[in-house]
Design a protein around this ligand. Structure first.
Ligand SMILES: [Zn+2]
Ligand SMILES: [Zn+2]
Length: 299
């Protein structure tokens, strides 16, 4: 059984709904009801942005998320996160990783061995190298009396999109296939790396589509979105020339059947503007922050 809970569903600059970061949780044995047995067998955080730590802090106090609290403590319990996948390097997707790394190393280290708790950090080799060199190195490359590297804080899993068997990772029976997204172009499509996720049940013919940050590019995603039971898609609520996100008006051109199974996320703080509601109603809706969505119910 696999669930998805957005820490937040907001745009990069939104303040009301936190950054669009998603917690996937896997249970070996299916459960029913409002509150699951805790902890889940595996957890994956897809992106952890600049206000991700505050969103996590809020989520841990909700019923059914007590495993995100340390025993007897009140702060974020990052060892509850087994894996982190990074879709791309914008701060609303990676800005919380320094805190996660530091707390796992200095607050939640193994009491007996003194070793840091290490989350598995998953992305493409290109993103991982640049994530360290351009973003994390500044704050993380020194520890007391020594220099440190990315692998001092994380177990690293580098994917190589396009190479057979190297463009996915598995959690239980669920396969996470990464696909390139058309988010930001320097000179041409896909020349600045960013990825979405296509989550498939490996035994059943069932799937969920998660766009990551992307411009409107239905031609590239049509097969996946058609086959998926549920789609989560980046959506900017206003029109803009040279945009780097799919706009609401572009999304409205999707086939009716796709719209009916698509939840929009990465939206701005004016999401409840009455003038926007008729357009939003054409879709399954806006993805809600801090609400657990059951993606796959059975085993
Ligand atoms: Zn973003
Ligand atoms: Zn972005």
């Amino acid at each position: 059984m696999l669930t998805l809970t957005f820490l937040g569903t907001g745009s990069a600059f939104g303040k009301r709904n936190f950054n669009s970061n998603a917690l996937f949780e896997y249970w070996e044995h299916p459960w029913r009801g409002a509150v699951p047995p805790l902890p889940p067998q595996d957890t994956l955080l897809v992106d952890f942005g600049a206000n991700g730590p505050q969103a996590f802090y809020k989520l841990k106090d909700k019923p059914g998320f007590e495993h995100l609290k340390p025993p007897g403590g009140a702060n974020n319990y990052y060892p509850a996160i087994h894996k982190v996948f990074v879709t791309h390097q914008h701060a609303d997707h990676i800005g919380g990783l320094e805190e996660l790394a530091l707390m796992n190393t200095f607050v939640y280290q193994d009491q007996k061995t003194g070793k840091p708790y290490k989350t598995e950090l998953i992305s493409t080799i290109n993103i991982l190298v640049n994530l360290w060199d351009h973003s994390l190195k500044g704050g993380l490359n020194t520890m007391q009396n020594r220099y440190a590297l990315l692998q001092d804080y994380f177990f690293i899993r580098a994917l190589s999109p396009g190479k057979p068997g190297k463009s996915h990772f598995d959690i239980g029976p669920y396969r996470y296939e990464i696909f390139a997204t058309d988010h930001v172009q320097i000179e041409r499509k896909y020349d600045w790396p960013s990825y979405g996720l296509y989550v498939k049940h490996t035994k059943l013919n069932r799937a969920v589509f998660y766009s990551g940050d992307t411009r409107f590019d239905y031609a590239s995603y049509a097969k996946m979105m058609h086959e998926a039971e549920l789609c989560f898609h980046d959506c900017q609520l206003f029109d803009q020339a040279e945009t780097v996100h799919a706009t609401l008006n572009e999304m409205r051109t999707l086939p009716e059947a796709i719209k009916q199974k698509t939840l929009l996320y990465h939206y701005g703080d004016n999401f409840d503007d009455p003038a926007l509601q008729p357009a939003i109603k054409e879709f399954m809706g806006l993805a809600q922050p801090q609400q657990r969505y059951v993606l796959f119910e059975g085993k």
